[in-house]
Design a protein around this ligand. Structure first.
Ligand SMILES: Cc1ncc(C[n+]2csc(CCOP(=O)(O)OP(=O)(O)O)c2C)c(N)n1
Length: 633
């Protein structure tokens, strides 16, 4: 079938199961070929082909609402809702988004990227439906990984109590982004191997009906026996006790099984949980046999071999550098413990886990719990290293503030993927952490200029005993600089002059240092001498160095790959204001007050105006001899 000609899912209604099987094969071929060029979430999408087709056949989108949890598995839905022709632009600048996007299609009713939000969103939609008196079906599709997130459990608790009509599709492939973890995962494992619950339930009902009605004590005993029998025989009890009708387990690759159960769910009042078993990577051998999550999301690959196209980088990855330095230090210091909320592979903690299994905790998609658990460890004089992506740390704002900072505990937070991340787009850009951490009392926040300084900062963080300390570092690889053999500590709050200059000063850190140095070089050719400072401590500021700059009275340019509102530049402005030095000219470059979409980091930086050319241009405006642009000029 020509998948590019699909306009909407209506064509599915008249198709036989045999025709649907053929369509599924075509979809898989399309995905495998298309993603080989663009990269993307191949594993999750190959796993939900039949499930997505079946949902679109049985229900009527967009009237009926599908909420794709995390949203990385929505490619088949995108194909069936008329976006096949745009797949060659997937995750690229101005191209098709890798997650559901409301302005892309009326069929995308719920935007995601962060995990475990679908049930709460669905509860809101169901409540709205009931207030308005309409009759659409609400269908959150949540993975077994996403079900480990606290929000999902909070929502289950509420939905079950409210008894809202809704069909929760639990897409259980036994994997999170890495192998799934936790007691719920173990419980689902038992359900997977148990018989069909509905069958057992029907048998029991039949049996119970045959127990003669008796009164008094005997009747009460019979009731108790019935309940105990249910517990013994019925495996979906967890969900049943939460107020859901549990259906399943269902073979998520069998149309027959899917249709039978979806139709049954459609007729069932109240909240239903349909447990669907799928295979991540189904139909593409390298992805299907993946046990660790390599094929969850990938860059381009060679279809025949399954080899990734990306050349192996010479420099260490940032995540690897940080985790391996922590591992090295953990050999000397038994108090060091690593915590990851479901990202042991992304955070490159496999080595640490192997060497120190008893000191490594993968807590599932549970950023809040991870942060507070780190606080608990620190109260007992342990040295927790919380490895967490900037974007997901947003979830744990209160835990970092209330549990870690307020108690002034020695927790080291490694803020991974800080800055623009590129193809994952709006939901994943790591650009808010400075703004939401800078105002936390006791917090030290730093970012290294290269991986050598990075390893010294990790050491600084581990040796630091005065409270919480966080180091942000970008996605991808270091610069390839030589690593010192001996680890040092860096004085807290100390900046470093990277290039001398007397006409103006750039204060910047991390990834934007390069463009600052290049712009200063360019200005040199025009006879201007621009100082470049590695402002590696975002908090506390190097007040000594700032005071010197204020005494010189030279203009300041701050650059940060993070939001301007409440960012590093703002803190410099606040400092100047407090020092009654508001006469000093300051310009701030950074990310404007908007969400930054997907695309290559370079394309996004260009769009935002964070380039060496723009830095040079801003400096020209700022320098004393040049008349300033703006009001009155
Ligand atoms: C709050 C949050 N933390 C971490 C992640 C990173 N992440 C993306 S997908 C994923 C695993 C999801 O597993 P599951 O729900 O089972 O879906 P599957 O990919 O297995 O289909 C994780 C942890 C995220 N998206 N959101």
């Amino acid at each position: 079938m020509d998948l590019l000609s699909i306009k909407n899912p209506a064509f599915l209604k008249g198709m036989s199961n045999a025709e649907l099987e053929e369509l599924s094969a075509d979809i898989r071929t399309f995905l495998i070929e298309s993603l080989a060029n663009s990269g993307g979430h191949i594993g999750p999408n190959l796993g939900v082909v039949e499930l997505t087709v079946a949902l679109h056949k049985v229900f009527d989108s967009p009237k009926d609402k599908f909420l794709w949890d995390v949203g990385h598995q929505s490619y088949v839905h995108k194909l069936l809702t008329g976006r096949g022709a745009e797949f060659d632009t997937l995750r690229q600048y101005k191209g098709l988004c890798g997650f559901p996007k409301r302005n892309e299609s009326e069929h995308d009713v719920w935007e995601t990227g962060h995990s475990s939000t679908s049930l709460s969103g669905a509860m809101g939609m169901a409540a709205a439906r009931d207030i308005k008196g309409t009759d659409e079906y609400i269908l959150p599709v949540i993975g077994d990984g996403a079900l480990t997130g606290g929000m999902a459990l909070e929502a289950l608790n509420h939905i079950g109590d409210e008894k809202k009509d809704m069909i929760v599709i639990l897409n259980d492939n036994e994997m999170s982004i890495a192998p799934n973890v936790g007691a719920i995962h173990t419980m689902l494992g038992r359900l997977r191997t148990a018989g069909k619950y509905q069958w057992v339930k029907d048998e029991l009902e039949y049996l119970f009906k045959r127990i003669p009605a008796v009164g008094g004590k005997l009747a009460a005993t019979a009731e108790r026996i019935k309940d105990s029998l249910k517990y013994l025989l019925v495996s979906g009890m967890f969900f049943e006790e939460m107020g859901f009708t549990y259906l399943g387990p269902v073979d998520g690759h069998s149309y027959e099984d899917l249709f039978e159960n979806l139709e049954y769910a459609k007729k069932t009042k109240g909240p239903v949980l349909l447990h669907v078993i799928t295979k991540k990577g189904k139909g593409y051998k390298p992805a299907e046999s993946d046990k660790i999550g390599t094929w969850h999301g990938t860059g381009p690959y060679k279809i025949d071999t399954g080899d990734f196209v990306k050349p192996t980088a010479a420099a260490p990855s940032w995540s690897g550098l940080v985790s391996e330095t922590v591992r090295k230090l953990a050999r000397e210091d038994e108090r060091i413990v690593a915590i990851t909320p479901a990202m042991p592979v992304g955070s490159k903690l496999e080595g640490f886990a192997k060497e120190f299994p008893e000191r490594m905790f993968d807590v599932g998609i549970a950023e809040q719990h991870a942060a507070t658990m780190a606080a608990g460890l620190a109260t007992q004089d342990m040295k927790p290293f919380l490895a967490i992506y900037s974007t997901f740390l947003q979830r744990a704002y209160d835990q970092v503030l209330h549990d870690i900072c307020r108690q002034n505990l020695n927790v080291f937070i490694g803020i991974d993927r800080a800055g623009l991340v590129g193809a994952d787009g709006e939901t994943h850009q790591g650009v808010f952490d400075i703004a939401f951490m800078r105002h936390m009392p006791n917090m030290v926040l730093m970012m290294p200029k290269d991986e050598n300084e990075g390893q010294h900062m990790v050491n600084t963080a581990i040796q630091y005993n005065d409270g919480p300390i966080a180091m942000r570092f970008p996605r991808g690889n270091g610069l390839g600089v030589k690593l010192d053999e001996q680890l040092k500590t860096i004085p807290i709050g100390s900046w470093e002059v990277l290039r001398p200059g007397k006409d103006a000063v750039i204060l910047t850190f991390g990834t934007t240092i390069k463009m600052a140095l290049q712009a200063a070089e360019e200005l040199q050719k025009e006879g201007k001498s621009v100082r470049v400072v590695n402002a590696r401590f975002i908090k506390p500021l190097d007040e000594g160095m700032l005071n010197e700059i204020l005494a010189e009275g030279i203009p300041i340019l701050t650059i940060e790959e993070a939001v301007l509102q409440g960012g590093f530049g703002s803190s410099v402005l606040e400092y100047l204001h407090d020092k009654k030095a508001s006469h000093i000219k300051v310009e701030r470059m950074g990310i404007p007050d908007e969400f930054i979409e997907h695309g290559s980091v370079d394309a996004l930086l260009e769009e935002i105006g964070l380039t060496k050319t723009q830095v040079a241009e801003t400096l020209r405006d700022l320098l004393p001899s040049a008349p300033r642009k703006g009001i009155g000029s």
